[in-house]
Design a protein around this ligand. Structure first.
Ligand code: SAM
Length: 264
């Protein structure tokens, strides 16, 4: 993590990595793991670990992770986090990144995550939030995410607008953990290990813009499957406005909360 670009170095992500470096993860469960970005970051930051189990409700979401972690101590299982198929207190660390707003029943998932964690074990939550002081480029990302989430919702998938910071804190508070430490960062943890980190210092970097416009085009394509014509027209227009906004202000990750606590 030496020689990090300036804005990334000042983002708050380094402090999170330092904290993780003091934790021996043991048996780690990553809930809603998708392509395994969070497992990858934890492998690079935790002081030690025995193995990871990543679960996701979507078989397709796990495909990338399966290839990525071949030959490594990572097991990937298709499973609903509302009903974890693990014994009580069977993990030393249980975590979830960027998924609270994707859950149909947050309460059920958190209860399950708490159940399978051993007393004294670490529970880690990372989630972005939509309010507070955000740059114009971060606001682009927040608006684009809300637009994308609306399309997913119209197509029957649970995908909510990113929560406010207070809401994320309230959700974390509901876990009644001990020794909770909360960090705030303007960059995701994985940026510390990303080859694109230098380019991403500029929110209008051409690769960022290209990726973002491609994501909007993918959303517009999905929009064609939405049955309600009024919603289609409204979201089509918003999609074009978002393209303009990306060109004008750029796009970068919203601010994030990162909480680590211990089970009593
Ligand atoms: C934004 S992605 C997760 C990103 C990932 N954790 C990372 O760090 O890059 C949200 C994931 O939540 C998963 N998901 C939603 N509801 C779930 C549930 N009830 N059980 C397990 N996974 C779920 C989705 O399939 C999706 O892959």
């Amino acid at each position: 993590m030496e020689n990090l670009p300036k804005r990334l170095a000042a983002s708050g992500a380094v402090e999170i990595a330092v904290k993780l470096g003091s934790i021996s993860g043991g048996r780690v469960l990553d809930v809603a793991t998708e392509s395994g970005d969070f497992i990858n970051s934890l492998m690079k930051t935790l002081k030690a670990y025995d193995y990871f189990i990543g679960i996701d409700i979507s078989k397709k979401a796990l495909e990338t992770a399966r290839k990525r972690f071949a030959g490594q101590p990572v097991k990937l299982v298709e499973m609903n986090a509302e009903l974890l198929e693990f014994d009580n207190e069977s993990f030393d660390t249980v975590c979830m990144a960027y998924s609270l707003h994707h859950l149909n029943r947050i309460d059920k998932v958190l209860t399950e995550m708490h159940r399978v964690l051993k007393p004294g074990g670490h529970l880690i939550i990372q989630e972005e939030f939509r309010d507070g002081k955000q740059t114009e480029a971060q606001t682009t990302n927040i608006l684009q995410h809300a637009w994308d989430a609306q399309i997913d919702s119209l197509l029957g998938e649970t995908h909510k607008m990113t929560f406010t910071k207070d809401k994320v804190e309230e959700i974390i508070g509901s876990l009644q953990l001990e020794r909770v430490e909360t960090f705030e960062s303007t960059r995701p943890l994985f940026c510390l290990f990303c080859e694109k980190a230098l380019g991403c210092e500029d929110p209008k970097w051409e690769r960022t813009l290209k990726g973002s416009l491609e994501e909007i085009d993918a959303g517009l394509k999905r929009l064609a499957e939405v049955a309600d014509p009024k919603a289609r027209i409204r979201l089509q227009k918003q999609g074009e406005e978002l393209k303009e906004r990306n060109r004008k202000f750029g796009n970068e990750s919203p601010s994030q909360l990162f909480a680590i606590g211990e089970k009593a």
